[in-house]
Design a protein around this ligand. Structure first.
Ligand code: NAD
Length: 293
């Protein structure tokens, strides 16, 4: 369905957040709808917490198929929905809503996207140990989803800030509700940090370090901390190559990833929830990034 063929049957999907005009999601989803000939349209709406209840009611009233949800609404939307999928209930934040005939279910696809992006590269983290920095939105989604999907052990590091309590909550929830063993660690303990990276199959950084305004910074600056066969994953995708990735490359690490694949695959997972179809991810990657930086 081309964009100029929208008609009376077109199904609407939203994005409700503030600020949101910079988002790549409308481009991503509308091109995917067009490529697959699906009669859907995806529009961004600037919605703050104040307008959220009205916006959620509009999903039902307008019979929208669903919406993406981003800051500042990811947690505030929960009481306004009818159901949460079990992983999302544990994560405590929603980035995707699906409307099934007036019944609204909340999902979080960031962790799914992270795991899928590694699967796409032939890397299976199930049964392995992960050392993870960060317990904000991305870190929580990754930790909980990885624990539910079969990662054997997760060492969660956070600095002593307002996210440390969330890191403790993630560890407690994982130990209580999954077969994964989680432990809490403090970023300030550098010896412990080095040891846990050394013991891990994958080191994932889900902190804001490395992206603007912390661009050029990294939690690990010594290449000797990284084995060549470690997987190094940074959730940041702008810039495309972070300082952490440069350090890993200097160490000769073979598998070093930014967050681009995760971003595309979290969108693809939402796309599948709404349409039942696979997003043409490679096609969309070319459209969004066109090979440049
Ligand atoms: P958040 O604000 O919810 O969490 C920030 C995290 O970074 C916390 O754990 C905090 O303790 C830590 N942190 C911040 N400054 C730090 C510092 N100087 N030293 C050590 N730790 C520090 O943010 P978020 O939404 O979880 O985003 C975190 C990162 O994940 C961002 O870089 C974002 O771009 C990325 N992200 C990527 C995707 C994707 O699809 N690739 C999706 C969501 C978020």
């Amino acid at each position: 369905m081309s964009l100029n063929q929208l008609d009376g049957h077109t199904i609407l999907i939203g994005l409700m957040a503030y600020p949101i005009r910079h988002s790549m999601s409308p481009t991503m989803h509308n091109h995917a709808f067009e490529k697959l000939g699906l009669n859907y349209a995806y529009l961004a709406f600037e919605i703050t917490n104040d307008g959220l209840e009205g916006a959620v009611n509009a999903i039902r009233t307008l019979d929208m198929r669903g919406s993406n949800i981003s800051m500042p609404n990811k947690q505030k939307i929960i009481p306004l929905l009818d159901k949460l999928d079990p992983a999302t209930e544990m994560i405590g934040a929603v980035n995707t809503v699906v409307n099934d005939h007036g019944v609204l279910t909340g999902y979080t696809t960031d962790g799914i996207g992270m795991i899928k992006s590694l699967d796409d590269e032939g890397i299976n983290i199930r049964g392995k140990k992960m050392t993870l920095a960060g317990a904000g939105g991305a870190g929580t989604a990754i930790a909980i989803q990885c624990a539910l999907d079969g990662v054997k052990e997760i060492s969660i590091f956070n600095r002593d800030d307002e996210f440390l309590a969330q890191a403790q909550r993630n560890v407690d929830l994982i130990n209580e509700k999954t077969d994964c063993k989680a432990t809490l660690h403090h970023l300030e303990d550098q010896d412990d940090f080095k040891k846990e990276i050394d013991d891990a199959f994958i080191y994932a950084d889900a902190t804001s370090v490395g992206m603007n305004p912390l661009e050029g910074q990294t939690l690990v600056s010594d290449p000797s901390w990284f084995r060549k066969d470690l997987i190094v994953f940074d959730t940041v995708y702008a810039p495309r190559t972070t300082k952490l990735m440069e350090v890993a490359e200097e160490a000769g690490v073979e598998h070093v990833f930014n967050g681009l694949g995760m971003m595309l695959e979290q969108g693809a997972a939402a796309f599948k929830l709404w349409t039942g179809k696979e997003m043409p991810v490679d096609y969309i990657r070319d459209i969004l990034f066109n090979g440049d930086n």
